[in-house]
Design a protein around this ligand. Sequence first.
Ligand code: SF4
Length: 376
Amino acid sequence: MAPENVHRQAVLERRTRDGWLAGTDFDRAPFTIAWEITRACAFSCVHCRADAQHRRNPQELSTEEGFALIDRLTEFGSPILVFTGGDPMMRRDLFDLIEYADRAGLRCSLTPTATALPTVARLRRAQEAGIRRIALSLDAPSPEVHDDFRKVAGSWERTMTILRNARSLGISTQINTTVTSHNVDLLPEMVTFVQEVGAVQWSVFFLVPMGRGQQLSMISPERHEEVFAWLHDLSLAGEFDVKATAAPMYRRVAAQRSAGGSAAGAGFAFHDGLDRPAQGVNDGRGFLFISHLGDVMPSGFLPITAGNVRHDDVVDLYRHHPLFRGLRDPERLTGKCGVCEFREVCGGQRGRAYAITGDPFASDPACAYVPSGWTG
Ligand code: SF4
């Protein structure tokens, strides 16, 4: 075994032995960390969280700062580290960062934009550096709707090419679909499509209205409910993993529809080496976001800054900052979520509550459920 692999194996064995694998205790470690290594992107997608820019910001974390950040993230054990953006392919040191993180024992995935940058050679390089999965956005099974979302003609076709190339290299692929009133009726067609392209997971993202996404329509709470039930049926069919993103209410629906009332793992069923958390991930609770400038937030959809990795310790922020601690405390929830019998397994999507009400602890406006104790 190569020396770097011996080191990596030793790191992983130590963490397993110490019970440090991600998901064991969300008060101590996130399951997933998303690092927006740049905000630069050639696209201007209408629902972009990052409100991405065409040029890189000179204040982005440097390569050395990135290495130092990764060193600190290892304190969390072996969480999933998502290299995201913007378009992460816009950074020339991307593969160095991936390699460094992989050797440190983090489980790396990548969310490239469907431009000409993810060539076969670059995908292979990403794979060699340690990428275990790539996730691509695809909002419709045909070019018209998707290209209109992305505001780039040909982006659907380009996505298909990247998916095919990744598959031929043996890289596991994930499709991310943002659900809005514009494409919700196309979801059933997406199922066949996801199967055909061989994706291991379909991540169905329920819109959080921020950035350019504010211009789009969220589906109604009742429509959310219908889609959750439909997704739950689909997940039971087991053709591929189904993940409801920015939708902890999906776990409530799964619990209501399960004989034992259990939602364990609902929406987070990974079978390809990326593991699954034992409990529901939510903003700041099993999830951590680091911006291109080093700001530490509970998620990219809850843009409240707790500190900055340039002068604060990211581990300390996640574990002890009042914002993060509050987001992990169901007692802090107000409105319907505050009295809901499902607040432990669900808790509502905190970013959506913040985007719509300005209060990260308010009820999730996308939820149709009326708790038994609700008198409002
Ligand atoms: S009321 Fe809140 S906690 Fe209850 S199911 Fe809806 S979003 Fe979840």
